[in-house]
Design a protein around this ligand. Structure first.
Ligand SMILES: O=c1ccn([C@@H]2O[C@H](COP(=O)(O)OP(=O)(O)O[C@H]3O[C@H](CO)[C@@H](O)[C@H](O)[C@H]3O)[C@@H](O)[C@H]2O)c(=O)[nH]1
Ligand SMILES: [Mn+2]
Length: 731
């Protein structure tokens, strides 16, 4: 028995334990790599002895699998767990000496990201257990929506009641949306009514599409701003910055100061690139540095509400530790998701990416940046490495506190200037300052570049999830999101900052490999597509591609397959997974390979030769009721005519038909079993994974069944592949 955590000394802010299995993982890596070398040797000899080119695609597939396996190994070499002690922090630094904190919340589309849920996220962080006079919340609205601004005008008034209510009742759930939809909470009737009324008003305006005079009981100045919304589109409008609450002036109903709340919609113009979320965050960095300039910055996606009011204190256990502060760029909390169904059919939890691998990277220079839930040291975003945060307990004069009002004309004028489209022209924003441009995964890219510049990061994963948000809950969205990530990752891989060269040189060998593992994610499509089609087609025509059971090389294949799957399962179970969830996770991995990675890689190639341009398709955070019922029942949703489903359907039909034909033949001819076991097994395994696809194609009647034309196309395509197989294997 190993005790994971030692009892901390009173002054300890945090502890670290290395995974006791780390040494075994390293030995295992070595053994498995010998297996891979033997496999490649076997491939080469069969290839040289074979008269046809058939073994070539399999060699390619296994080379890519081996490459990806190699890149992923360092994640398992020094996995660490950390624990932090916020109470010790408070003992060491008086509350009044805590650094100021600027929170950035990004939203981009009021229809996919309902303003009320953005407001709830904002209220949940305004209610942090943190001195309100040092807390500022900035909302970036890339949707340029008057309804979103209206929702925040309302939220500013609601906050006067909500913040004291959270404090007095010691709530942990400080997102009103979540709090009122759960059954907890006693004498909350008045609050609940107030919240409902606000929600109704905002949703009414959202349906209508604009705000009317009747909606507004705001100050004349706030009413004025809505008049500006004439001829606006989200792609073309001036910058709008509105200070909705100001800490030094506005108080809640008990007389306590409220945090600053500032709405920002940066200028947009169809002719200037706006760089999606990275551009929005860089605007917020500048606007906030004009207004409050806090040394610590928290970035949040609009759906990621705070689920633990103490998380800033946890992050500060690291950011204020004098032994770390000078080169610590950020403290990353994992993303957790609400309402995942029991067996997580779409692998939305992303346990490996968000939890397991992050602990692995934390053993070296720290986790990659995951966009949301990240506390930054502002210095790291300034592109300078010189001045660390104020050491623990000392009082730094350069610390922020708006001198004068945030609403001063001079302050607002400067803020509008730095939010304009042209501000970045000819500057280093996006290249060496702030969030980095050039990739659809600005988070991954920025974290990676910071690590290459010598910064460190920390993975903070407390027992109680600190932030919880929305995962895509229909299959098309889930695959589309991963497609965007694939493209963004490839953009980093094929840049001059390639992790295998630049990364290994500037960060370190293991860190460069881990980043490359993500950067080359799209490559999964090569082995997965080859394995999905070649072995089953060859099976139909009794063409053997793998060793027979009586051949000793057969055991190498068996070992490599079983060991890879079992280690994956073990990692999954050790981080609180279940067998069911693991099964769905490996299934979605195959589906992603055939869809997200394949389409992503193709689109990336097209972008590269200038045929199309990358787009950030914001994931929808709303779902129709019927769809959501199906999701809760654990039924996969194939209800839209998505090209993703054509390829999934085709591979499902090919594997089922080949499995059936193969088994039928093996029953008639005895040696087929010995000869073709590997291919029989592969087809059977894929077909077992495809069970929900067959249901969706042939059995289901509900709205989530596969559209008839997609089913038809899949069957025709499978037939066509059979024909091609016939030419390839027989003639
Ligand atoms: O032009 C844009 C596009 C998006 N967003 C915001 O970016 C966030 C993330 O968008 P979402 O559609 O939810 O994407 P996800 O795939 O769920 O996000 C993951 O991947 C993104 C990179 O692709 C990261 O930015 C996110 O932090 C990370 O959670 C949301 O708050 C959006 O409002 C903008 O502000 N401006
Ligand atoms: Mn999201």
């Amino acid at each position: 028995m190993t005790t994971l955590f030692t009892k901390p000394k009173p002054s300890t802010l945090h502890t670290l334990t290395v995974d006791p299995l780390a040494p075994y993982n390293r030995v295992y890596s070595l053994l498995y790599s010998l297996g891979i070398l033997a496999l490649l040797y076997h491939h080469c000899t069969t290839f040289l002895a074979s008269p046809s080119f058939l073994p070539l695609p399999l060699l390619l597939a296994d080379l890519v699998l081996a490459f990806m396996w190699g890149l992923g190994q360092p994640f398992r070499w020094r996995s660490v767990r950390r624990r932090e002690f916020p109470d010790s922090l408070i003992d060491m630094v008086a509350r009044k000496n805590l650094p100021a904190l600027d929170v950035f919340i990004c939203t981009a589309d009021p229809h996919k990201e309902p303003p009320m849920s953005v407001v709830s996220t904002a209220l949940s962080v305004m209610a942090f257990d943190y001195p309100t006079d040092r807390l500022s919340v900035y909302v970036s609205d890339d949707g340029g929506s008057e309804v979103t601004l209206f929702a925040f005008v309302e939220a500013a008034m609601f906050a006067r009641y909500w913040l004291p209510f959270c404090r007095e009742n010691g709530l942990k759930e400080r997102s009103p949306e979540v709090y009122f939809s759960s059954s907890i909470g006693g004498n909350s009737d008045k609050m609940k009514l107030m919240y409902r009324a606000m929600k109704e008003k905002v949703e009414g305006a959202l349906q209508r599409g604009y705000v009317t005079g009747n909606d507004l009981i705001a100050t004349p100045k706030e009413t004025e701003i809505f008049k500006k919304w004439k001829g606006f589109t989200c792609h073309d409008h001036p910058s709008i910055i509105q200070v909705l609450l100001e800490s030094s002036k506005d108080t809640d109903i008990t007389g306590n100061a409220l945090p600053n709340l500032i709405y920002v919609s940066r200028e947009k113009n169809i002719n200037s690139p706006h760089h999606f979320k990275a551009g929005a965050l860089n605007t917020l960095i500048r606007v906030s540095s004009v207004m409050t300039n806090a040394p610590v910055v928290l970035t949040l996606d609009c759906d990621m509400y705070s689920n633990d009011p103490q998380s800033p204190l946890r992050a500060l256990c690291y950011l204020l530790d004098p032994a770390m502060a000078s080169n610590l760029a950020y403290v990353q909390f994992p993303q957790h998701f609400q309402g995942l169904n029991k067996n997580d059919i779409y692998g939305g939890e992303l346990k490996r990416q968000f939890r397991i691998n992050s602990r692995g990277l934390d053993g070296f220079s720290g986790p990659d940046n995951m966009g949301s839930n990240c506390f930054f040291n502002r210095q790291a975003l300034r592109g300078s490495h010189s001045s660390p945060l104020a050491p623990l307990g000392s009082h730094d004069e350069s610390e922020p506190r708006a001198c004068g009002s945030l609403r001063l004309d001079s302050v607002l004028k400067r803020a509008h200037e730095v939010a304009s489209c042209n501000y970045e022209v000819g500057t280093k924003w996006g290249s060496t300052i702030g969030f980095r441009y050039g990739s659809l995964v600005e988070d991954f890219h920025t974290g990676y570049r910071l690590h290459c510049e010598g910064w460190k990061s920390i993975f903070c994963d407390p027992e109680r999830p600190a932030f919880v948000g929305e995962a895509p809950k229909n299959l098309d969205d889930a695959l589309g999101q991963i497609k965007r990530w694939c493209i963004g990752n490839l953009e980093v891989a094929i840049s001059k900052h390639n992790p295998l060269t630049f990364g290994i040189r500037n960060a370190s060998l293991p860190v460069g490999l881990c980043y490359a593992h993500y950067a080359y994610w799209g490559l999964w499509c090569i082995p997965l597509t080859i394995y999905a089609f070649l072995p089953p087609l060859a099976l139909i025509y009794r063409k053997r591609l793998f060793p027979e059971v009586s051949d000793p090389w057969f055991y190498l294949y068996a070992y490599l397959f079983l060991a890879a799957y079992l280690t994956d399962l073990m990692d999954f179970l050790r981080s609180k997974g279940t067998i069911h969830r693991w099964w769905n996770d490996q299934r979605i991995w195959m589906a992603r390979g055939l869809t997200s990675c394949l389409f992503g890689t193709i689109q990336f190639a097209l972008n590269h030769v200038g045929i199309s341009t990358p787009r950030f398709n914001v994931t929808s955070k709303v779902m129709e009721e019927e769809q959501s019922e199906r999701y809760d029942k654990g039924m996969l949703d194939f209800g839209v005519a998505s090209p993703f489903f054509m390829i999934l359907g085709t591979s499902a039909v090919v594997n089922l038909s080949s499995f059936v034909m193969g088994i039928a033949r093996a029953m008639r001819i005895e040696e087929v079993f010995n000869e073709m076991l590997v291919q029989l097994f592969l087809s059977g395994f894929v077909a077992a994974n495809c069970l929900p696809i067959y249901e969706a194609m042939f059995l289901r009647k509900d709205g989530g069944k596969m559209p008839g034309n997609i089913t038809l196309i899949s069957i025709l395509a499978a037939g066509f592949l059979h024909l091609i197989g016939c030419f390839m294997f027989i003639i």
